[in-house]
Design a protein around this ligand. Structure first.
Ligand SMILES: Nc1ncnc2c1ncn2[C@@H]1O[C@H](COP(=O)(O)OP(=O)(O)OP(=O)(O)O)[C@@H](O)[C@H]1O
Ligand SMILES: [Mg+2]
Length: 256
């Protein structure tokens, strides 16, 4: 996959732009002047030690988290805009969580259809057809009528991915989507994510899966204490990280 430089990115094609974004929880500064631009179709890996602010940053992108200073513009919407239509805005941004967050009282099919029918007012028959297609795409067509409790972790995460895709988002945010899974299940889910990435969607993924990042991401963004301390092509950073903290992180996760 070409690096951002090789892709000849059009600067006007920024879909996510953070300028000087800071956030505190009580006395602690969790995000500390984040500047970050993501272009349409880019695949970004967010990495860093536990507690450095990755999830907070990701949640700021779709407004699940408030911020105190700076500016965030996503899909042309300034998130500080008081008249922003949040439902409409969020319907274009998919989010996949570490713990899947499926609705336990709904079947797999109902989980995938819910957003399109409720939020996008898609006709039920059309949503059903699309849900079947997506479940086929993520490799669990045969699980459509089961409830989440009867699925493995990897299968649940594939439902969560199908559910996000059902909304036809143009940005997909993934927060450690494989960290609750054992290695075989992680591989299954990573291969589904890779397929999705290949379709050209803008993707921002928090992960510690170094090999996957080297293979799939256009850019690795390394966060430390709420700051972007290093970013660039994964192959460069994995081989020649400039910051001591990045090197320490890579040493730990290379052997994990
Ligand atoms: N709602 C909250 N109230 C207070 N502190 C919070 C809240 N959410 C997060 N924090 C703190 O903000 C810091 C960053 O949290 P965040 O979840 O963004 O880290 P992370 O990099 O995603 O960590 P991990 O790798 O463990 O998921 C942590 O110190 C956390 O304790
Ligand atoms: Mg986190």
């Amino acid at each position: 996959m070409p690096s951002p430089a090789e892709k000849s990115i059009d600067p006007s094609d920024a879909v996510i732009r953070f300028s000087g974004v800071s956030k505190r929880f009580d006395a602690a500064k969790i995000l500390d002047g984040i500047d970050l631009t993501v272009h349409r179709g880019e695949k970004i890996a967010l990495m860093g030690f536990s507690g450095c602010g990755k999830t907070t940053l990701l949640r700021c992108i779709n407004g699940l988290e408030q911020f105190d200073a700076g500016e965030i513009v996503v899909n042309g919407n300034n998130l500080s805009d008081s008249v922003l239509d949040w439902n409409r805005f969020r319907s274009r941004i998919g989010m996949v969580f570490q713990q899947f967050n499926l609705f336990p009282h709904l079947t797999v099919l109902e989980n995938v259809m819910l957003g399109p029918v409720r939020v996008k007012k898609v006709h039920k028959a059309q949503a059903l057809e699309r849900a079947h297609q997506l479940l086929g795409q993520v490799g669990i067509a045969d699980k459509a009528n089961l409830y989440p409790e009867h699925l493995s972790g990897g299968q649940k995460q594939r439902v969560a991915i199908a559910r996000s895709l059902a909304m036809e988002p143009d940005i997909l945010l993934l927060d450690e989507p494989t960290s609750a899974l054992d290695p075989p299940m992680s591989r299954e889910v990573l291969s589904v994510i890779e397929q999705v990435a290949a379709q050209g969607m803008t993707l921002v993924m928090v992960t510690h899966e170094l090999r996957f990042v080297a293979h799939m991401a256009d850019r690795l963004v390394f966060i430390n204490s709420g700051k972007v301390v290093e970013e660039g092509s994964p192959s460069d950073i994995l081989r020649h990280a400039q910051q001591e903290t990045t090197r320490r992180y890579l040493e730990i996760f290379e052997t994990a």
